[in-house]
Design a protein around this ligand. Structure first.
Ligand code: EPZ
Length: 435
């Protein structure tokens, strides 16, 4: 398994071009199942999760071809519909996003239930409740979920528009049911939807495909179902979590980083926090610069669905608070087990106490390099940032977690002044995503 060797301390300075958002590209790829026409996506990040989604779509009969930075997807209606198999779904929960599009267009879908993962049980009850509200017959057996439209005289019937309220703003649930509703007969109103920018972006793509949607990216989405959708071309929106990770890196290493081709408004919760901690934050139409020259003030956060502080930046922010002069509280309200980075940070000397969903961090601590292990995607990024600030050598194991959501992080860090500090130690086993 590949590792990262980091020799700290190492100050980050320079400019990084933000990639397309993993969490926008995944539903966008699934959306190609809603039409027989070609969907062309650009700015799809070269990360492991997209590679996995592409493998799943090819397994389902989608023709995927990439050329000059564009990914072309075409799903000719298959004579019979394959399942989304366990061995693919277990490696990436977002595979469940094929469920809504398949049942909406083909009248039938069978997808392995995604297991839990390091950060929580992560059930999909809201996805299924939403599809049932649209008239799908949903059954669970042998570890698979099967969704069917009600039969009609001419064969597989269609989903029907309905009013449905999510019990809480689930990102994937909103995306799955939104995609299914585009082909339902009649009007659907979805309430208490997740408002993440990635859902706004999915709504833009679906509208380009001919869907009739209003309110994507807000708590209430109205969809007027259509009989069929066309192809489209779409550029994936910038990855706010990737950008936020490198910007926190600037604060962590008393450096200065500019993220370009990004949307500052989508990162407002983080940027306000960094400014309050004492960083200089400067935004233009498509760039964000964070610089830290003096000390850091401790500031508490509570993660929450957008526009709250993003849970996907919690681990990175927690690492930052080890450098703040005082005690801060980090409260994780979205996932039930998202502090697995804490024991690893403690091994680097961090003073952190966890009680339930609350972590209390006391700093500033001069972290020391250590051998640590990545446990999940964002915890890996947190350990990289901590290793950059630490004195001495760190070895970060299992960085395949990192490769799931960050394009060549070591290369980007090397371009940010860490050329002599960061190197990837490759091992033969790890098959890396095709660039
Ligand atoms: C998406 O996951 C993201 N993944 C996650 O990013 C992100 O952390 C999360 O949204 C929250 O912002 C993708 O977009 C591919 P949820 P998702 O449904 O859709 C519970 C990363 O690091 N829940 O909003 O799975 C669930 O267990 C990843 O890039 C139910 O109980 O998130 C969790 O506690 C990690 N029942 C909470 O809701 C359901 O039916 C939020 O889940 C669905 C979710």
């Amino acid at each position: 398994m590949d590792k990262l060797r980091i020799q700290g301390p190492c100050r980050l300075e320079g400019t990084t071009v933000v990639a397309g958002a993993k969490n926008a590209a995944l539903p966008a790829l699934a959306a190609c199942l809603l039409t027989e026409a070609t969907v062309t996506l650009t700015r799809v990040p070269a990360v492991r999760d997209l590679w996995t989604m592409r493998k799943l779509l090819e397994h389902l009969g989608v023709n995927c071809s990439s050329s000059s930075g564009a990914l072309e997807l075409r799903h000719i209606t298959p004579s019979e519909i394959d399942d989304a198999p366990y061995d693919l779904v277990k490696t990436m929960r977002a595979s469940v996003l094929v469920l809504g599009p398949l049942v909406a267009r083909l009248g039938h879908a069978r997808v392995s239930l995604p297991g839990g993962c390091a950060i929580g049980v992560r059930p999909i009850d809201q996805h299924l409740a939403g599809l049932e509200a649209l008239g799908a017959d949903v059954t669970l057996e042998h570890g698979y979920v099967t969704a069917r439209t009600p039969p009609s005289a001419s064969g597989a019937g269609r989903l029907r528009g309905a009013r449905f309220r999510f019990s809480f703003p689930t990102v994937g649930g909103t995306e799955n049911v939104l995609m299914a509703a585009t082909l339902a007969r009649g009007t659907t109103v979805l309430e208490n939807c997740a408002c993440e920018p990635e859902i706004r972006d999915l709504g833009l793509l679906l509208t380009k495909m001919g869907a009739r949607i209003s309110g994507a990216g807000t708590a209430t989405i109205e969809i007027e179902g259509v009989d069929s959708l066309s192809g489209a071309e779409h550029s994936i929106l910038p990855d706010r979590i990737e950008a936020g990770t490198y910007l926190i890196g600037a604060a962590m290493t008393a450096g200065r980083v500019t993220a370009t081709d990004t949307v500052a408004a989508d990162l407002a919760p983080l940027l306000e926090q960094l400014a309050e901690c004492g960083c200089a934050v400067d935004c233009s139409a498509s760039t964000i610069t964070v610089e830290r020259s003096g000390g850091l003030q401790p500031r508490n956060i509570v993660t929450a669905p957008h526009p709250g502080f993003p849970t996907d930046l919690q681990a990175q922010y927690l690492a930052l608070m080890t450098q703040a002069a005082g005690t801060s509280a980090v409260c994780e309200t979205v996932f039930e087990n998202r502090f697995q980075h804490v024991p690893e940070l403690r091994r680097m000397g961090a003073e952190i106490e966890v009680a339930g969903n609350l972590a209390r961090v006391t700093g500033p601590t001069q972290l020391t390099g250590a051998r640590v292990m990545a446990t999940d995607l964002r915890a890996s990024a947190c350990l990289v940032l901590a290793a950059l600030a630490a004195h001495g050598e760190s070895i970060i194991d299992r960085i395949y977690h990192l490769d799931r959501g960050y394009e060549s992080m070591e290369l980007k860090l090397q371009q940010l002044g860490a050329a002599s500090c960061v190197e990837r130690i490759e091992s033969f086993q790890d098959e890396r995503p095709k660039q």
